[in-house]
Ligand binder design. Structure first.
Ligand code: KG4
Ligand code: ZN
Length: 359
């Protein structure tokens, strides 16, 4: 178990004069996350952000086994909570509400965070703020905006479970514009990593290898470019990569396969973002989710936004993956907007639509 710590991240945002302190939990997949986030007038500050990664544990199985992830969350969550509270210098008396990711994600894993949040809510007599996992990713990027409002924002979410274009019309107002018809981008990165015999988690490994390869070596298909809508599909590209890895007569290097695959993914994403920008005016473009850590994707999005004269916002690389700071960052706004419930009325759900979290 590796425990990372990112403390003292502070971002200036708009509106509201109230003061809110939130304790946030995130256990939707294979990171146990606990954070304390404070909103003071226009300032949102991450007081403590603890992330316990289970990557080493899941390396043995080459992927996340939900029950194994849940067991590790159970073992980790209490000591991590004690550390987070001690480091923040806060006690239950300073905490206004407890936020937790209620979905989407792996049900056994989600249930650990939700159960912990319910138990604390009951014993501390604090309200609960249910948060959709993707709201967290969106806020981690949106709060990078320095002045004025980033909304309406066009958010590209690319993670292990999702590939989505979402119009964030204002705070907590979401409309899904496009989504993947099959695999998510992160999932395809992980599957290509397995084809290239790279260890778990595969995404970062593929992108590292891609840096040493020629992105033009193999002309992989650019999926859905002619579909005329904002949806994505990656199963065809995945199959094309599989054939390339099996065809020894082509004598392709792993580096070239990785680089050519990554270039095809990035082209497909960039084309859809451009299409969405052509259809509608946005105040900013957000890139979020685990795959947002990919440096080639970040720079392609940066270039696109520069050409379109629109601010490009993304979380710092080490905060693109799952963490509880992002859940707390969404929750301070949700709580102030009146989203709160009690321990008897909150449940985890493996499948959840972000639009149903709109205010
Ligand atoms: O958001 P996240 O931490 O978890 C989910 O909500 O799914 O995203 C994890 C995904 C994994 O599929 C991982 O391989 C991928 O993000 N990923 C990357 C990179 N870093 C993480 N994919 C491509 N390039 C990267 N640098
Ligand atoms: Zn995520």
């Amino acid at each position: 178990m590796t425990i990372m710590n990112f403390s003292g991240i502070s971002k200036s945002v708009m509106n509201a004069n109230s003061h809110t302190t939130i304790l946030a939990f995130e256990t939707s997949c294979d990171e146990t996350g606990i954070a304390l986030v404070e909103k003071n007038g226009e300032n949102v500050q991450v007081l403590v952000n603890k992330v316990a990664s289970q990557a080493n544990l899941h390396e043995k199985t080459g992927g996340v086994v939900p029950e194994v992830a849940a067991r590790e969350h159970v073992l980790t969550i209490r000591p991590l909570l004690e550390e987070a509270l001690a480091e923040s210098g806060k006690t239950k008396d300073n905490i206004d509400a407890i936020a937790v990711t209620v979905g989407p994600g792996l049900m056994p894993a989600l249930s650990v965070g939700v159960t912990a949040a319910r138990a604390l809510s009951y014993s501390w007599k604090k309200p609960l703020v249910p948060v959709h996992h993707l709201e967290g990713h969106i806020y981690s990027a949106a709060l990078e905006h320095q002045e004025g409002s980033p909304f309406p924002a066009l958010a590209l979410i690319v993670s292990g479970g999702h590939t989505m274009l979402i119009a964030v019309r204002d705070h907590l107002k979401y409309e899904i514009l496009g989504t993947t018809k099959d695999d998510a981008v992160g999932e395809v990165f992980d599957k290509v990593a397995r084809m290239l015999e790279l260890p778990y988690p595969g995404g970062p490994q593929v992108s590292r290898l891609a840096e040493k390869g020629n992105p033009k070596a193999i002309k992989f298909p650019r999926p859905m470019l002619q579909s005329g809508d904002l949806h994505f599909s990656y199963s065809g590209l995945k199959t094309a990569v599989l054939y390339a890895t099996r065809d020894t007569s082509l004598n392709l290097s792993k580096e070239d396969i990785a680089a050519s695959f990554q270039a095809a993914v990035i082209d497909s994403l960039i084309a859809k973002v451009q299409m969405a920008l052509d259809q509608e005016e946005f105040a900013s473009v957000l890139l979020a989710g685990g795959v947002a850590a990919n440096t080639s994707l970040r720079s392609a999005m940066q270039d696109l936004c520069q050409n379109a004269h629109i601010p490009f916002l993304t979380a710092p690389g080490d905060l693109c993956g799952d963490n509880a700071a992002m859940i707390g960052q969404a929750a301070v706004f949700a709580f102030e907007a009146g989203r709160n419930t009690d321990w008897q009325h909150i449940d985890a759900s493996a499948r959840l639509n972000i639009e149903s979290f709109s205010v």
